[in-house]
Write a protein that binds this ligand. Structure first.
Ligand code: CMP
Length: 224
């Protein structure tokens, strides 16, 4: 559990008391963990693998977040009685989860102020990201939304002061990228081809390499 920041911050005495109640579960890629609107009384911590959080209607799906090793999800339905899952969670790789019951989760943060601060801080980050997503979906064209995502990832994965090409180490399908930016797969394929033709990106073993973050940034400003 050492790789999970949530557990690292907890008072060790308190942690000892709940450890016996933590369950471990493994899932194959593409498994639904829970559905939006369902009742849920557990919070999940990712020991390994990754999970997408999405919401959908009849024709489209939009991914709200991707979570990876060390992240948690499913806390929102636990805060007040009667709340249901606000989105659907699905594994996008073979995944191992630690599961904690809502009552144990509540017990933890009611007894540990640091944990409460940690949760609030993390929730603010998530809200900030959600606001950014609202901006992008409202104001940007699909092409710009894709470029912005690629730029964000390239910045995240670039070594400090790296100026050259940056490989984004995620094997995303065009459909997943489409779900992330609220577009259809065909449009994403078309835009990725355009960006390749313009020399902004290269596809390497199903992963995207951004040739130059600076160049992508100035193109993005032009397009907006
Ligand atoms: P819950 O509502 O229980 O189930 C869905 C979970 O997805 C939710 O708890 C959060 O953990 C997570 N989630 C929902 N919306 C967002 C979002 N906008 N950003 C990040 N995580 C989210």
């Amino acid at each position: 559990r050492s790789k999970i920041p949530f557990f690292q911050g907890i008072d060790p005495e308190l942690l000892k008391r709940i450890v016996p109640y933590v369950q471990e579960k493994t899932y194959r890629k593409g498994t639904l963990i829970f559905l939006e609107g369902s009742e849920g009384n557990e919070i999940y911590f990712i020991a390994s693998g990754s999970v997408s959080i999405h919401t959908f209607n009849k024709s489209k799906k939009v991914i709200l977040a991707f979570f990876q090793e060390g992240d948690y999800f499913g806390e929102m339905a636990l805060i007040k009685p009667g709340l249901v899952r606000s989105a659907t969670a699905e594994t996008i790789a073979p995944t191992r989860l630690f599961v904690l019951q809502g009552t144990d989760f509540k017990y933890l943060f009611e007894n540990d102020r640091n944990l409460l601060y940690y949760l609030v801080e993390d929730t603010m980050d998530r809200l900030r990201n959600a606001n950014r997503q609202i901006y992008d979906l409202t104001f940007l064209k699909v092409r710009s939304r894709i470029m912005k995502r690629l730029k964000g990832w390239a910045e995240e994965y670039a070594a400090p002061r790296q100026a050259g090409p940056v490989l984004i180490p995620m094997k995303l399908t065009h459909q997943q990228l489409a779900d992330l930016v609220g577009a259809v797969r065909e449009t994403v394929s078309k835009v990725l081809q355009e960006l390749q033709d313009e020399g902004l990106i290269q596809i390497r073993q199903k992963m995207i390499q951004v040739i130059s973050i600076k160049q992508l940034e100035s193109k993005l400003l032009e397009d907006e």
